[in-house]
Design a protein around this ligand. Structure first.
Ligand code: GTP
Length: 278
């Protein structure tokens, strides 16, 4: 999706409508960049609902930094869990926490005379953070993506999650932050923002610089890269090492950039988190 003011307004309206139906909001952020991948508007419109933050893709993130983030959220009185979507214990933890939060919320409302019903929750997050995958895991079956069938408006449904709560089958899609170039780089690196917005070579260069500063061993292990003074030379080195060459033997810079980003996104450059709490 390309985000324009109109899209943002529509997304906001949709979430506001759906918020009325639920007790708990499950906000997904990416564990590799929990600040950059958090949408600033959500908190504004959530108001008095309960919220659980899930740091998704923790299997790709630096476990030490993930702990720091969890502590940071907790210190700000926000419940946060680190999640790998294929880990059954992680999924069980989500179910327990969402259920408890929902019951808490309902208790408040019961005092106001509202009738008790099943706890209800919705999932929201920026593109590619793992919303659909998580819905499928919680549902224990494959739910079609709305986006798979353009032009078809599906009626929203509630998925029963192990008798513990009901989940709206359509996630709220939040727009990424655009205000800062560094945030844009992080979001492009983790795959939230598509390439058209930030040139691939720039994003790959950002990843290389970040690793050289924070975890140079990974570059040595993966690319036999021991020094990095000049991005051009570094790309040529990696290109030769990975065989990203054109027929004339020239290094193909776009290919090199793709290799680097693919390695980063699949964890082949180690478990990397791009930011720590302030
Ligand atoms: P949009 O439809 O673009 O809004 O994306 P989404 O938020 O629904 O994300 P989706 O579920 O399509 O997941 C995006 C990618 O992340 C997929 O390739 C998933 O396999 C992957 N993914 C989701 N959760 C995890 C996780 O915990 N760990 C890892 N390594 N990958 C994950």
């Amino acid at each position: 999706i390309q985000w324009f003011p109109g899209h943002m307004a529509k997304a906001r309206r949709e979430i506001e409508e759906n918020l009325k139906l639920v007790d708990v909001v499950i906000e997904l952020v990416d564990a590799r960049a929990p600040h950059a991948s958090q949408n600033p508007m959500l908190q504004e419109i959530i108001q008095n609902k309960q919220k659980v933050v899930l740091l998704m893709k923790q299997d790709l993130a630096d476990p030490v930094k993930t702990k720091k983030w969890i502590t940071y959220f907790n210190e700000n009185e926000i419940t946060a869990l680190a999640i790998h979507v294929n880990n059954k214990n992680d999924i069980a933890k989500i179910i327990e926490v969402v259920n408890n939060k929902g019951l808490e919320q309902q208790k408040r409302l019961l005092n106001k005379g509202v009738q008790q019903r099943a706890v209800r929750a919705l999932i929201a997050g920026v593109p590619n953070v793992g919303k659909s995958t998580l819905i499928n895991r919680l549902a224990n079956k494959k739910i079609a993506k709305i986006g798979d069938r353009p032009g078809v408006t599906k009626k929203q449904q509630w998925i029963k999650v192990r008798q513990k709560f009901e989940l709206l089958d359509t996630p709220g899609i939040l727009w990424p932050k655009f205000e800062e170039q560094l945030i844009g780089m992080k979001l492009a690196a983790i795959g939230t923002i598509k390439y058209e917005l930030v040139p691939t070579q720039d994003v790959a260069a950002f990843v290389i610089d970040f690793l050289f500063e924070h975890d140079p061993n990974q570059l040595e292990k993966r690319y036999r890269l021991t020094e990095h003074d000049d991005m051009w030379d570094t790309f040529v080195h990696i290109g030769k090492h990975r065989g990203a060459l054109e027929s004339g033997g020239q290094v193909n810079f776009d290919k090199v950039a793709e290799f680097i980003l693919q390695d980063f996104r699949t964890g082949k450059l180690g478990r990397i988190t791009l930011e720590v709490p302030e």
